[in-house]
Design a protein around this ligand. Structure first.
Ligand code: WQD
Length: 347
């Protein structure tokens, strides 16, 4: 039996695959490489020395998707495949709704057809919207403010309707706060296509001289230093949260039960820049620019439910997040550059 990880070559997918293999699970991955690289497969093997099954496919391709379920005995699914850039989603909403919603519906229809009814779903703290009071708990009001966040919220609603129609389903949406960092080996990390949208990879690329300076999106927020506060968590801690969630859905519980994956601590943009400067040992130039539309002032989790019910809490602190992110940047200045060609046997 095996666990299927969709989007298994992405930033979260690669780290989750490593921790699932380390926990002793057999895993099957698929990815369409729209925002990832085949080289990741080699790196996963390098850091775990474990084999896995891989399929290159888009989850909306029913014929190729069915092959995964026909050729493997899937126990449960960790569903990470999806588009995730907030800014891009505002310009290309239909692309996000087609990929994130139609793709997910195709996947869960195939799961149902093959009687696979255990699902861990990659959701996001963006489902809490602008009015959420910090620390944000799972019972906070849900309200998306952009097509990306709406696609995540809509999928959560679809999953709740699915469970109402069939009580055999066991579903855990995991609401990620801000994943940062990289595998401690320096061999897996965040490699965004083009200019990074997110803070941490932008900082490391400025520090590495790939980008000229940081733009801080506003310093007039109602926060101690005026810059935005977020709950940054190490990507390995996030990956381990998926291992705990799989344990939960495999335990026999049914229903739809969402969990925040965050540290419960918030750091401002200036505090993040200072933390990286401490690790890197050099000044990171920045300028203050206008606020970014859609940004909230403060967002950090109440992580107590995941600790109480999943037995999960973040272990790694800000220093380790920055150290691991910088090690990845230094060791992989151009991300996953490789001539590694995907052998035919893997498609
Ligand atoms: C963090 C802080 C910015 C870049 C988004 C998605 C969320 C999740 C994580 C997918 C904010 C500031 C950033 C920069 C800056 N992705 N910033 N200059 O917006 O909290 O969350 O990514 O699930 O869904 O919404 O993360 O890293 O973009 O921003 O000043 O160049 O850094 O204003 O305060 P965010 P972020």
């Amino acid at each position: 039996m095996a666990i299927l990880i969709t989007g298994g070559c992405g930033f979260i997918g690669a780290h989750t695959s490593v921790e699932m293999l380390n926990a002793g699970y057999d895993i099957v991955l698929f990815d369409n490489f729209s925002n990832s690289q085949p080289e990741v497969l080699r790196r996963i093997y390098e850091v775990t020395n474990e084999n896995l099954q891989f399929y290159q496919l888009d989850m909306r391709d029913k014929e190729r998707l069915e092959k995964v379920f026909m050729e493997n005995r899937i126990d449960a699914v960790i569903h990470l495949a999806g588009l995730k850039a907030v800014g891009e989603s505002i310009h290309l909403p239909l692309k996000y709704y087609d990929n994130n919603i139609n793709g997910t519906v195709t996947l869960i229809e195939m799961m149902k057809k093959h009687n696979v009814k255990k699902l861990v779903f990659s959701s996001s703290a963006t489902v809490y919207g602008l009015k959420a009071q910090v620390p944000i708990s799972e019972s906070s009001p849900l309200e998306a403010t952009n097509p990306y966040g709406r696609s995540k919220l809509m999928v959560e609603e679809i999953l709740r309707d699915l469970y109402i129609s069939d009580n055999e389903w066991s579903i855990i949406p995991l609401r990620y706060f801000n994943p940062v960092g990289a595998h401690q080996s320096g061999r897996l990390g965040e490699y965004p296509n083009g200019t990074p949208n997110n803070l941490a990879p932008y900082i490391t690329q400025v520090a590495a001289g790939k980008l000229r300076e940081m733009s801080i999106f506003g310093n007039n927020y109602p926060t101690p230093d005026g810059t935005g506060i977020r709950d940054y968590l190490h990507v390995t801690d996030l990956a381990l949260g998926h291992v705990k969630a799989i344990e939960k859905v495999m335990s026999g519980v049914t229903g739809v039960n969402a969990y925040n994956l965050g540290t419960g601590k918030g750091y401002s943009v200036l505090e993040m820049i200072q933390a990286f400067e401490q690790i890197i040992g050099k000044h990171i130039p920045y300028s203050i620019v206008d606020r970014r539309p859609g940004d909230v002032a403060i967002c950090y989790a109440d992580p107590t439910k995941a600790k109480a019910e999943l037995g999960w809490e973040a272990q790694k602190g800000l220093e380790e997040m920055c150290m691991d992110a910088w090690r990845w940047q230094v060791n992989n200045p151009n991300g996953y550059e490789s001539s590694f060609e995907l052998e035919r046997s893997w498609v």
